[in-house]
Ligand binder design. Structure first.
Ligand SMILES: [Zn+2]
Length: 262
């Protein structure tokens, strides 16, 4: 049976069901409504900063990033992204550290600067209007498999066949250059989970917790695969069973995010 992670994902996401915060026009609205909306918007903004920081801490604690590696972002509204700044450890961020940028990467708010790796996040947001969060990490077991030319493209575990599908590896692109955005472009409409050759991972979701859980699950599958490879040949699921799992993805479990089936 699918575990807690799936139950979490299969719930309607509160962040997703909430409308985008809009900037109220004081001329067209009465004063009290303006105050209430402004307060709600600020509350959401603080919540979103807190989410970014606590998710960064989890990534660091689970060693999915070390030192100043990795970056996270979430969509605040149609035009603005909240992102982790460059040069900071994701385990040690303060509420004031995240920055606000637009979809072209222009700086809007915050004392720090967004990471140069944010270019690949922006590519995801531009290609996928429904995506609300993007997480980039350097998960060690995923990277080990990728470096050995194995990847995560074999149907070995039932739950990952359903939840993640086949995970492609985007071709190598030099980090922090526009080449990284170009390298993920052919894949990001088909899947929320990518390996980046000689680099790391990229996951997207309808919320930050969803994007983060996909990263955790990818790394867990990679750990099991890596351990199994050391013991001998790894057995794949039977193609007929893979077909049934593919059918269950939407029909039984209601998974809405894009998955590349095996
Ligand atoms: Zn990186």
């Amino acid at each position: 049976m699918l575990g807690g992670a799936f139950r979490e994902w299969s719930r309607p996401f509160p962040e997703w069901s909430r409308p985008f915060p809009t900037v109220p026009n004081p001329i067209s609205q009465n004063h009290s409504s303006f105050i209430i909306q402004k307060f709600t918007m600020n509350m959401n903004f603080t919540e979103q900063r807190t989410q970014l920081i606590t998710t960064g801490q989890k990534m660091y604690q689970r060693e999915l990033v070390v030192a100043t590696e990795g970056n996270l972002s979430l969509r605040l509204d149609e035009a603005r992204i909240l992102a982790t700044p460059s040069g900071l450890c994701k385990g040690e961020m303060a509420l004031s550290d995240p920055v606000v940028i637009d979809l072209q990467g222009n700086h809007l708010e915050g004392e720090r600067r967004a990471s140069s790796e944010i270019l690949m996040h922006l590519e995801v947001y531009r290609q996928r209007p429904e995506v609300r969060a993007v997480v980039h990490a350097h998960p060690p077991s995923c990277i080990a498999l990728m470096l050995a030319g194995k990847g995560l493209d074999r149907p070995i575990l039932a739950e990952s066949v359903i939840l993640l599908g086949k995970i492609p590896t985007a071709p190598y692109a030099r980090p922090s250059t526009p080449e990284v955005a170009a390298s993920i472009r052919p894949f990001i409409r088909q899947t929320d989970c990518l390996l980046l050759d000689h680099h790391g991972s990229l996951t997207a979701g309808a919320s930050l917790s969803e994007a983060y859980h996909k990263l955790e699950l990818m790394e867990q599958v990679a750990k099991s695969y890596l351990a199994a490879l050391q013991l001998g040949p790894v057995r794949e699921l039977d193609p007929e069973e893979v077909e049934k799992l593919n059918f269950m993805r939407e029909n039984t479990y209601g998974i809405k995010w894009p998955v590349i089936p095996f």
